[in-house]
Write a protein that binds this ligand. Structure first.
Ligand code: ASP
Length: 367
């Protein structure tokens, strides 16, 4: 990220100071602007979309002053399309949250939709002992155009980030992704639609809240930290990862080229169905050689829903024998970012394999 972040109080930016200050504001929320469609508007001269600054974005949503929430904002400079997001951007978000953790009750990250599920997954691992909500949201249409979904998504995300129970504890003290009418665990969400407002889904874990006339929380599925450890961030991420997607006809040369990448430490194997791959000897040998060299290979399914179950079919027995670990029902986004997080913490492949099959932040279901 180039340039400095500026932190500004929304009541000042939008000139609604008195309206906000006369209300009893129970919670305070920090908006972290990273970019994406939600932060764009139509340039009347050119009719093309270009990034707005945070003050301009907020000026399109005067309704925010009706919320009983103190809102401040901090912005990436420049704002970025989320296809340009890099692990350094995740570190920057984590550092902003750490630097302002005590001053706010919750955080809303405004982010492009393309890689939002990667970012919410990454942050779920990087933020340790989290007891406050961190809600990612964005929109399919820019905030400055008619019919935009930006307004509803942002207002509700702020409400969710500010919500507390009768004991004054956060309702959803997790990294989450809110879109359209669903609050999802951040490391369970995936972008499923380029067109619909209902762009994200959590295929393998129930939604944490559903919003309609009322906000209905699914309390049984929301994680609350029970150990009282201090909040911390983990910023060491190792990106020496490859994704190997199996398809009928994949060649030995292709697999060999991927597994021979210099410095490669982990591979996400996207397999068929419940974790299956062709029973060809060369594939088994190449995968076995890779695991013997210490490369961690994690088996996830190409299907949206359901789990890997190695050993259920003969077509996955070889994968087990080659030392591949199951990713069970993890999303691709969660698997990639969990590997980056774990590789950043230890050189020990066995430990990484063990942790890949262990839920760290509710990202995986192990029966
Ligand atoms: N390309 C945009 C982004 O991800 C799309 C969006 O925000 O919906 O930043």
């Amino acid at each position: 990220m180039k340039g400095n972040s500026i932190i500004t109080n929304f009541s000042y930016i939008c000139g609604h100071k008195s309206a906000i200050c006369t209300m009893k504001n129970d919670s305070s929320v920090l908006l972290i602007f990273t970019g994406g469609t939600i932060s764009m508007g139509e340039n009347p001269a050119t009719q093309s979309l270009s990034p707005l600054d945070s003050a301009q974005v907020l000026s399109f949503i005067p309704e925010l002053k009706m919320l009983r929430v103190n809102i401040s904002s901090v912005s990436f400079n420049p704002l970025i399309d989320s296809s340009d997001i890099q692990p350094e951007s995740w570190v920057r978000i984590a550092e902003i949250i750490r630097d302002h953790y005590d001053a706010f009750d919750g955080f809303v990250v405004l982010h492009g939709t393309d890689t939002m599920a990667y970012s919410s997954s990454a942050l779920s691992f990087m933020l340790e002992n989290l007891t406050k909500p961190v809600i990612f949201t964005g929109s399919q249409l820019p905030v400055g155009v008619l019919r935009s979904d930006a307004k509803e998504n942002l207002i509700t995300a702020i409400e969710l980030a500010a919500a507390k129970n009768e004991r004054h504890e956060a309702m959803v003290p997790e990294v989450c992704l809110f879109f359209e009418d669903k609050l999802m665990r951040g490391n369970r969400a995936t972008k499923r639609n380029t067109e619909a407002f209902n762009a994200f889904a959590s295929f393998n874990y129930p939604e944490l809240a559903k919003t309609g006339v009322h906000i209905k929380y699914a309390s049984a599925y929301i994680h609350h930290e029970t150990e009282k450890k201090p909040f911390a961030i983990q910023t060491q991420l190792d990106t020496n990862i490859a994704i190997l997607k199996i398809f009928p006809g994949i060649t030995e040369a292709t697999v060999n080229a991927i597994l021979s990448i210099a410095g490669l430490r982990a591979v996400v194997l996207e397999s068929f169905g419940a974790g299956n791959a062709p029973r060809v000897e060369w594939l088994f040998e190449l995968l076995k050689q890779a695991t013997n060299k210490g490369i961690v290979i994690v088996n996830v399914t190409q299907c949206r829903s359901g789990s890997v179950e190695m050993g259920r079919y003969e077509t996955s027995i070889n994968l087990q024998k080659a030392g591949i670990v199951s990713g069970f029902d993890m999303t691709l986004e969660a698997t990639v970012t969990k590997l980056m997080y774990l590789l950043g913490q230890t050189e020990n492949s066995e430990e990484i394999r063990r942790q890949m099959s262990t839920p760290l932040r509710g990202e995986v279901t192990i029966d």
